[in-house]
Each structure stands twice: as C-alpha cells, then as structure tokens.
Design a protein around this ligand. Structure first.
Ligand SMILES: Cc1ncc(COP(=O)(O)O)c(C=O)c1O
Length: 450
C-alpha cells in the first residue's frame, strides 16, 4: 500500500495528512474548551492531549484552532481501521436512518447475530463457539467472569501482575495498579487473586520458569478446585505492553485445561489486527476458552463481546446476560463494516509494517541511548520503556517529559506501564509511512532534548 493511496482511501479525505501547528498547543479555542471542561466535567475524568478535537481521519486529529496533530494513539487502540473510515460512516448512517435501538433482548435484529457469527468465525479455535455483546471492555470482562463462574460452579479468579481490565468494581479488583485506577475506590470485589507475570525485561525468567512460579503460587494460595477462571491479557496493555516469554501462556493454558479452569484472554486492547494478527493469542499458539474484545471491534462505536466455547457460553440461564444497550444496532453496523475492512484491506499486514517501522526506529536509537531500556511489542502495538541510564531504574519523569514535549509539537502519544515509564505507540493502521516517520522523529527529538 503506498502512502498516497492510504491517505486518500482511508478516513477523512478532506483532511490533509500532515502535521500542522498554527498555534501553540493548546490554542485559544482548545483552552476555552478545557476551561469549560474544568467547570463542567468531574475532575476524575482526565485527558492526555490538551486540545478540542473537531475532526480526525487517516493519521491525524484536527483541533478547533486548526492544528493538525499526528495520531499515534488511536483513542487508546480503538480507531484501528482509521477514524471516520468511509465504510464505517456509510454503515452507521444507513443504520441510524433505519432504526437506532430496539434492545436486542426485546426485539432481536440481524446485525447483532451477524457480529456474533463473525466473532465465532474469527476467534482462534475450530470448536463450536458462541458470543454475547456488551458496551465496554470492562463490561465484557465482568461478563466473562460471570460466565466462567456459572460454568464451573467455582468462585475464585486469578489475574496477573501489571494487568488492566477496567474501572468497574470487579475489573478494578482484577486490575493491578493502584494509582490512578483503584486508589480510594475500594472495597473491591472478593475472590480475586493475583499471580506473577512473565516480564522478560525485568525478571529474566524463561516462559516455563515464569509459568511454574505462577502455577505454584496459584496451587498453594487458592487451589485449582476453587478456581473458576484465569484472566490475562496476552500482551499487557496499560501495564506496559509486556510481551510474555515464549511458552508462558501455553503452559498456563495447559494447566487451566488440566484443572477445569476457564482460561480467559482479555483481548480488549490486543484484538482486531492491532498486533499483526487478528488476535494476539494467535502469536502464542494458544486457544483461549473465552476471549473478551472491544476497542478496535467497531472503529469507535461502543461495542464489546465475550466469545468462547459454546458449552461454556451457554452455562447461563436465559436473562442472565445482556443489558439495555449491549450490541446496539449502530455499533453492530460499525463492527460489521470494520470487520469487512480488516478482512479485505489486508490491515493485518499493515499492522506488521507499522510495527517494523516503529521498532526499527527505536531499536536504532537504543544503540546510542542507554535511557531506552527496552523496545518491545508486536505489530502496531509497540512500546519503549525508559530507564535511568546509570541504574536501570524506571524513569517516569523522563517518560512524562518526552510525551508532553511530543504533544506540544503536534504528536499524540500515550504513556503506560506500572512504573509510568513506557511510551506506547498505537497508531491507526490508516496512517501513512511519511506521517508515521515524522511523528516518530518528533518523539526522538523530544527524547534527545529531554
Ligand atoms: C485489556 C483491557 N481490558 C479491559 C479494558 C477496559 O475497557 P473499557 O475502557 O472499554 O471498559 C481495557 C481498556 O483499556 C483494556 O485495555
């Protein structure tokens, strides 16, 4: 795919694919919105880029002052197919004009069933599968745990160090990091236990060793007989894009299978082409019992899903799963259009190309800059972990400074990591090579200047 075709074929043809700063960031109109936000919106709802967004497409976000920023975050891995992708816009417009809502639990409609069929086809494994649709990643995770408990008749759930699963009560309990996600919001849901992860850069363990450590802790502290589910992101997202060592995930899956424990892969962030496979589980050769998806599934419309083995998914009595808006017809129309783009526009290969560009750039820099401790990730989900050059300790201050400077120069980047010392790159797959290279250059300059 050439640069020019990407820019015109995908998302916002009226938006020039360029970084353009006509004011400082934030400009006056953005400042005015942020002042209103401070007055009207709860303080707990933060923001990364201090702008007032008015348009987005291809690889840019345009603000109310006329600045055009390079988008290396996709609204946290959501607009993977491109913001306002023409096929998605067309499908959404047609659906809005037909009907906006009936509630699938009241009057079912075809698009919900078609999304479930598509998920059942795309999710790894050739066993019989079923799906249920929800609104957000956290809601999908909550429901996956409900389903696993009902199926097994057991209560305990194991999540991992560095894991992130959402901001509802149960998903806060599953999430590892206190600030900002949990602090002061307890008490948390009971029967949630935490196991050590495989974090090759920091623990130096092989996948087998890390799995043995986790399994031994689970057996000693909980006991397989009490355990309904193990939930893990195949690549930790908010935790720092931690790719587990080879063999870690397969060993955990095998142990779950031998002990009647439901293995849930939380692919809310890693799913839908992001990692250069439709689902990250494929990279590790694992077939989860249940997979949660959201974010990239519907190109920005709120939709989430739990998909898995039919006999597990069918454990719940009728009426036990669902919700007023889950699988809303507009979101389903968007998802079907996005899935069509994933399957027909070879976006999976594009994710790999983008990942190679980002990894290549920072691996090159790493050779001459000891503050870059690790460059890791798969496909278009790449992270750089920053450390103190002398001690190797996480350097959150440097990370925040680099991200802030990049945003001020018109490049939207996100940070993450348990220690706050990771910059993560999640560009829309509709970004062109030149724009991506320019954005990475801005981040590299910010690092050089920091
Ligand atoms: C792995 C993972 N699970 C769950 C969630 C929660 O999703 P949502 O914010 O849609 O509730 C996220 C969000 O970042 C996530 O990355």
């Amino acid at each position: 795919m050439t640069t020019s075709t990407l820019a015109t074929a995908v998302g916002g043809p009226a938006l020039p694919q360029e970084r353009r700063l006509v004011t400082s960031i934030p400009g006056p109109r953005s400042q005015a919105l942020l002042a209103r936000k401070a007055d009207a919106v709860a303080a707990g709802v933060g923001h990364t880029a201090p702008i007032s967004a008015v348009a987005a497409g291809g690889g840019v976000v345009v603000d109310a002052d006329g600045n055009s920023l390079i988008d290396l975050g996709s609204g946290i891995a959501v607009t993977t197919v491109g913001n306002a992708h023409p096929k998605v816009v067309e499908a959404v417009q047609a659906q809005v004009a037909a009907f906006t809502h009936t509630c699938f639990m009241v009057s079912p409609y075809e698009s919900y069933v078609a999304v479930a069929e598509a998920l059942n086809r795309l999710i790894p494994g050739d066993h019989a599968k079923k799906s249920a649709l929800f609104n957000s990643g956290a809601e999908a995770v909550e429901n996956a745990v409900k389903i696993a408990r009902k199926h097994t008749g057991r209560q305990a759930v194991v999540a991992f160090d560095h894991g992130y699963h959402g901001r509802t009560n149960l998903t806060m309990a599953l999430t590892a990091k206190s600030m900002p996600y949990k602090s002061g919001f307890g008490p948390f849901a009971p029967e949630v236990y935490r196991a050590p992860l495989s974090y090759p850069y920091r623990d130096g363990l092989s996948g087998a060793e890390a799995a043995k450590r986790a399994i031994s802790q689970i057996e000693k502290q909980i006991g397989a007989d009490n355990l309904a589910a193990v939930i893990i992101e195949p690549i930790q997202g908010e935790g720092g894009f931690i790719v587990p060592a080879d063999g870690f995930l397969p060993a955990i899956v095998d142990w779950c299978r031998s002990n009647g424990v439901v293995f849930i892969a939380d692919e809310v962030q890693t799913g839908f082409g992001r990692t250069g496979a439709m689902f990250a589980s494929e990279h590790f050769g694992i077939v989860p019992d249940l997979i949660t998806t959201a974010k990239g599934i519907a190109a920005g419309l709120p939709l989430a899903a739990v998909t898995g083995r039919a006999e597990i998914m069918d454990a719940s009595h009728a009426g036990g799963l669902g919700g007023t808006y889950g699988g809303n017809p507009i979101a389903c129309a968007a998802a079907l259009a996005a899935i069509d783009v994933f399957e027909n526009d070879d976006l999976i290969s594009r994710a790999r190309e983008i990942g190679d560009l980002i990894k290549g750039r920072f691996t090159e820099l790493q050779a001459g800059d000891a503050r870059i401790g690790d460059v890791r990730g798969l496909g278009a989900m790449i992270a750089v972990e920053f450390v103190n050059a002398e001690t190797g300790e996480p350097d959150a201050a440097l990370t925040a400074a680099v991200a802030k400077a990049a945003i001020a120069q018109g490049v939207i980047v996100l940070t993450c990591g348990t220690y706050g010392n990771v910059i993560r790159f999640l560009p829309p797959l509709s970004i062109d090579d030149a724009l991506l290279a320019e954005g990475l250059g801005v981040v590299a300059d910010a690092l050089a200047a920091a």
